[in-house]
Design a protein around this ligand. Structure first.
Ligand SMILES: [Ca+2]
Length: 257
């Protein structure tokens, strides 16, 4: 697919919600890289993100609380507002077609946590990561980054939040950039926060591999609130895919001009 084809996708209304298949034009062994972005600008304000292919797996404080919001944005005018509850989180999932168990992958997302609250069934206030809804009773997370009720950002290596290594403390009411570069082939991942490498070579211990990406507002009393923006997943199969690095939003948007 060429850049011309990408422009045609915009004209046909896919906007930033389409999967951009940036395939090699010719030649065996060339990397095929898929980049999937959502900046939440193409939705009507206050609408459900399900119109963009997101699935609300668990409704948190109520499905009506999971909506595209104009209150805050990491960029543009809109972001996605999620609200969990004391023991029932808001899990919003998007399939990534072609994501495979030998893929080199990355995701980037912007996250803003409203306040640090405790008293929930887990310490998870907000989370982003790869997901497979079909593995495990509740689904399984891979290479997740979690904002917890102890005021720290953690990396999830075991699907057990209590065992997640601490990275840095975070401030409420501030946007953070989370970037994870992972390999389902080697089952390792690196975490960057605001462009700084904070953990390297962490293990992915959870069985199976991901089929998509998920964002979550977790557990607390009152229910934790978080905003998400500028989510990008990039993935491919080449073992030499250093090219599987996140494209900046400037680079992505340039594809649409
Ligand atoms: Ca936005």
């Amino acid at each position: 697919m060429t850049f011309t084809r990408v422009r045609r996708m915009k004209a046909s209304g896919f906007m930033l919600l389409g999967v951009l298949l940036l395939a090699a034009s010719a030649g065996a062994g060339e990397a095929e890289v898929v980049t999937w972005p959502d900046d939440f600008e193409a939705y009507p304000a206050m609408s459900s993100p399900t119109s963009g292919g997101w699935v609300i797996r668990y409704g948190g404080a109520g499905t009506e609380q999971q909506y595209v919001d104009t209150s805050y944005a990491a960029a543009g005018e809109q972001s996605l507002h999620l609200m969990g509850s004391s023991c029932w989180s808001a899990n919003v999932y998007h399939e990534l077609p072609g994501l495979c168990d030998s893929c080199e992958v990355s995701y980037e997302g912007r996250i803003r946590v409203e306040s640090v609250v405790g008293g929930g069934c887990t310490p998870i206030l907000a989370r982003i990561g790869f997901e497979n809804p079909s593995v495990g009773y509740w689904g399984s997370e891979y290479a997740s980054v979690i904002f917890e009720s102890d005021g720290w950002i953690h990396a999830d290596t075991s699907a057990s939040a209590t065992a997640a290594p601490s990275l840095i403390p975070y401030e409420t009411g501030r946007w953070y950039s989370v970037l994870v570069v992972a390999s389902f082939r080697t089952r390792r991942f690196d975490v960057h926060i605001d462009g700084v490498l904070r953990a390297e070579g962490l293990p992915i211990r959870v069985d199976g591999s991901a089929t998509g990406i998920e964002i979550c507002a977790g557990h607390g009393n009152p229910g934790p609130v978080a905003w998400f923006d500028e989510i990008v997943a990039t993935y491919g199969t080449s073992k030499e895919l250093t090219a599987v690095r996140p494209r900046t939003w400037g680079q992505l948007k340039a594809l649409y001009r």
